[in-house]
Design a protein around this ligand. Structure first.
Ligand SMILES: *Cc1c(COP(=O)(O)O)cnc(C)c1O
Length: 235
């Protein structure tokens, strides 16, 4: 693996420190205990060698959104013991590949995908944690189950061999108020948890809206550009 320049290492180190400080401030502002909000660093478009730098700095959870890119990175870094979160829209024909390296699929939004992931988990002989991705957009297209479908998808995960229901995930709408969106997510998360007490994870908050997400109960945030900088344009 080619080396990361000293300058880039410094950039990643200070990006990570700044993000950690920002999470601590958001926790304090929301009257939540320090350290109660987890961090997933979204590493999509950044090379494996930069993920290795994150590992050296103590990051354990990383997020990717395309199997074609994530699979080779995860396999190259398999020795580092990182937890790979899959956060992108997932086609059923990619389930087998994703099940081999990812331990938590955050973007489960339909029953057909639940079935594919369950078969894939059994084949890979791995247990997969799953979050139901909730659409907070009234316009479809960016993934996520509509409110009326969330409980059905949650049930299906709970009933499927190889899959563990852990909670919910969402992305705030591009043009809406993130406060309102995450407030809505908290209500849905409460409904899911009232039926499935162990499903306590709320994955919400990105570089632009982590404060709002933490205010509304996010248990982990997913940060990319705040830590790694602008994503190189690929493909
Ligand atoms: C890219 C991405 C993120 C991180 O976004 P930033 O704005 O770079 O922090 C978080 N969640 C999902 C689902 C993403 O696709």
């Amino acid at each position: 693996m080619t080396e990361v320049t000293a300058e880039r290492k410094l950039e990643i180190t200070s990006g990570l420190e700044a993000a950690q400080a920002r999470i601590l401030r958001a926790e304090a502002a929301a009257n939540r205990p320090p350290g109660s909000v987890g961090l997933v660093v979204v590493t999509k478009t950044f090379p494996a060698r930069e993920i290795a730098v994150l590992a050296e700095l103590g990051v354990r959870h990383v997020g990717e959104n395309r199997d074609n890119e994530a699979a080779p990175k995860a396999h190259a870094l398999a020795d580092l013991g990182m937890v790979w979160h899959y956060v992108g829209q997932l086609q059923t024909n990619k389930a087998r590949s994703v099940a081999r390296y990812s331990s938590i699929i955050e973007s489960v939004d339909r029953i057909k995908l639940v079935n594919a992931l369950s078969r894939a988990a059994e084949e890979a002989e791995r247990a997969l944690d799953c979050l139901v991705q909730v659409s907070l957009d009234d316009r479809p297209g960016r993934g996520g189950a509509e409110s009326a479908q969330v409980m059905g998808v949650a049930e299906a995960i709970e009933a499927s061999p190889g899959l563990m229901l852990r909670g919910v995930m969402a992305v705030a709408p591009l043009d809406g108020d993130p406060d309102l969106a995450f407030e809505r997510l908290a209500v849905v998360a409460g409904q899911v948890q009232s039926e499935h007490p162990d499903a306590s994870t709320i994955s919400a908050g990105m570089s632009g809206d982590l404060e709002e997400a933490v205010r509304h109960g996010a248990t982990h945030v997913r940060l990319g550009s705040a830590i790694l900088g602008y994503r190189p344009l690929v493909g």
